[in-house]
Design a protein around this ligand. Structure first.
Ligand SMILES: Nc1nc2c(ncn2[C@@H]2O[C@H](COP(=O)(O)OP(=O)(O)O)[C@@H](O)[C@H]2O)c(=O)[nH]1
Ligand SMILES: [Mg+2]
Length: 198
């Protein structure tokens, strides 16, 4: 169903946001959680978004245009140990300003590795989404790394941190490798942007 996707631009400061305003699907999560892989797997593209085994590389906000209907916005990841305090502060400022100024955010996907407890920074990220009134969906990814029979256990652990989490509503297991969750996310995007009511 997705036909055309292309990388639009990397934004380093908020006066560089694209002129052409469209609804934005924002991806947030730790660096190395799998945001680039999420994009590539969702759109069946090998390297629409660059993946990296060296974490902490993406410092820019990357815009991808999907079928001229909406943007996927890949936010810089957080939690990478080897960056300076200065850079960390700058990250916070940029993300905060982005959420305040974009005005076009439709939904955020907050990616969290399903095997690990959310970190303090994940919790802060979620607080920021709530504070800015941004609708969000938790994407518990890398689910190919756990057995299907273990999903419930991991979900229950996750729910202790975010009691509002409801499986298959605001929380979706995902794998860029086995494609678990891809159908659900595709269908959500389809309902939101492709289905024209007349
Ligand atoms: N097993 C598994 N590995 C993944 C998955 N998604 C990403 N990865 C791996 O996690 C690492 C970081 O992925 P990347 O997409 O670059 O993360 P980003 O920094 O959030 O953009 C890479 O080595 C990916 O191959 C997944 O669903 N399953
Ligand atoms: Mg990336």
């Amino acid at each position: 169903m997705f036909k055309e996707q292309h990388f639009v631009k990397s934004v380093y400061s908020l006066n560089q946001l694209p002129q052409h305003r469209l609804p934005e699907i924002v991806l947030c999560g730790r660096s190395n959680v799998g945001k680039s892989s999420f994009i590539n797997s969702l759109f069946n593209r090998k390297d629409l978004a660059k993946t990296s085994s060296t974490p902490g590389k993406t410092r820019s906000i990357n815009y991808y245009l999907i079928d001229n209907l909406f943007y996927i916005v890949d936010l810089p990841g957080y939690g990478y140990a080897k960056i300076s305090i200065e850079e960390r502060k700058k990250w916070g400022t940029v993300i905060n300003e982005f959420f305040t100024k974009s005005g076009h955010i439709f939904l955020a996907f907050h990616l969290i590795d399903c095997r690990h407890n959310p970190t303090e920074l994940d919790i802060q990220m979620n607080q920021l989404l709530k504070q800015k009134n941004i609708p969000y969906i938790f994407v518990l990814n890398k689910v190919d790394k756990i057995k299907q029979s273990e999903r419930k256990k991991y979900f229950n652990q996750f729910k202790e941190f975010f009691p509002e989490a409801i499986l298959d509503q605001n929380t979706i297991f995902y794998s860029a490798i086995s494609k678990v969750g891809k159908k659900e996310i595709t269908s959500l995007l389809y309902q939101s942007f492709y289905k024209k009511s007349n």
